[in-house]
Design a protein around this ligand. Structure first.
Ligand SMILES: Nc1ncnc2c1ncn2[C@@H]1O[C@H](COP(=O)(O)OP(=O)(O)OP(=O)(O)O)[C@@H](O)[C@H]1O
Ligand SMILES: [Mg+2]
Length: 331
């Protein structure tokens, strides 16, 4: 019996647009153990949200999973039909707090009506009593009073709405929750409260998370492991310590990303920035996708794409320099 809640193998999700095929996820593999939080980081457009919706097998049109496996509790969900996914997987095994979800709560329904709808949609055993009991339990668990259930979204503050969407993600008791930028639109005090809530839920419920954020300081706070993405690929995957610790990351892109993170008392013109921009995902370069922006790139990097390679315990990196490739070192 596997202790992994999730195993993703060579997952590819492409968007079939009029301009061409956007290779938004181009073969990523990772696993999440029970109770573990995996942080996803990388520049805008690298495929973080696409990874989240792929794991629900719910790509937004014109997206399609074209290859790979998504094993949730050992069962592959890629081939499942929409009814199976709705009844057996989404929200009951794996739930997602979507990017900006708190601003998308349908304004004409109360919180009770919104939660009731989710309950009906995703369970075969719906009863009004169970639904109401469950709503109360999870609304209280996220620190909100009972009467919130009869309020409309516009009557709530940003922090309260974010607690509501977290309660909605929790209340069919999934084993894995994907949180896409759950604190980005909140002020720093409310951000801290929501982060504490998320950490508390993890401890008390033994939940696993995928936590997506632009903010590396937040990621260092909540994640056990970090996957760094670049242009639809994973480029480094390791523990919080391996990525953020004293030894520092092994991939030049991760190092640049860390150096570009603002710290208090640091002036904007002191920040390192990454020259150039990520490649076009319709026609990505051959070789390493980061090579055109990498200060360490050599001929091999521009010609041959590096694959994720083990460089330490559960630490992988896709970089010829980092793995001390003999061709690279000779060039
Ligand atoms: N529905 C869509 N149709 C076509 N292309 C899309 C669609 N959704 C996303 N993409 C493309 O897929 C790539 C990955 O997008 P994604 O939204 O996953 O990035 P992200 O890492 O979540 O970015 P951000 O940090 O800005 O939220 C981008 O190049 C984006 O333009
Ligand atoms: Mg996103």
């Amino acid at each position: 019996m596997t202790t992994n809640v999730l195993e993703v193998k060579n997952l590819k999700l492409h968007y079939f647009t009029e301009q061409g095929v956007v290779r938004a996820l181009d073969g990523i593999s990772f696993e999440i153990a029970r109770g573990e939080t995996l942080g996803l980081v990388g520049e805008s457009g690298c495929g973080k949200t696409t990874t989240g919706v792929a794991l629900l097998n719910m790509p937004s049109p014109p997206g399609r999973i074209v290859e790979g496996q998504i094993l949730i509790d050992g069962i592959d969900i890629v081939g499942m039909n929409s009814r199976q996914l709705r009844r057996e997987v989404r929200w009951s095994k794996i739930a997602m707090v979507f990017q900006g979800a708190m601003n998308c709560l349908t304004p004409v329904y109360t919180i009770r009506q919104l939660m009731d709808e989710t309950y009906r949609e995703h369970t075969d055993k719906y009863t009004k009593e169970d639904a109401n009991a469950s709503m109360l339990k999870y609304v209280n668990m996220v620190g909100l009073p009972d009467h919130i259930l009869d309020r409309y979204p516009h009557e709530l503050s940003g922090g309260m709405k974010q607690r509501v969407v977290i309660a909605m993600a929790l209340f069919l008791e999934p084993s894995l929750i994907i949180m896409d930028e759950p604190t980005t639109a909140l002020d720093v005090i409310v951000q801290a409260q929501i982060l504490n809530l998320i950490k508390g839920l993890k401890k008390n419920l033994g939940l696993s998370y995928i936590f997506i954020t632009h903010d590396l300081a937040t990621e260092a706070e909540v994640a056990d492991r970090i996957m760094v993405m670049y242009a639809g690929k994973a480029v480094e995957l390791g523990s919080n310590e391996q990525i953020f610790g004293l030894q520092g990351p092994m991939h030049p892109y991760t190092a640049k990303l860390l150096a570009a993170t603002p710290r208090l008392h640091q002036k904007v013109d002191e920040l390192a920035f990454i020259p150039g921009s990520p490649p076009d995902l319709i026609d990505p370069p051959v070789g390493c996708r980061f090579a055109p922006r990498c200060p360490f790139a050599k001929a091999k990097c521009l010609q041959v794409e590096p694959t994720m390679t083990e460089v330490g315990p559960r630490h992988q990196v896709a970089c010829w320099k980092a793995i001390k490739d003999s061709d690279y070192e000779r060039q």
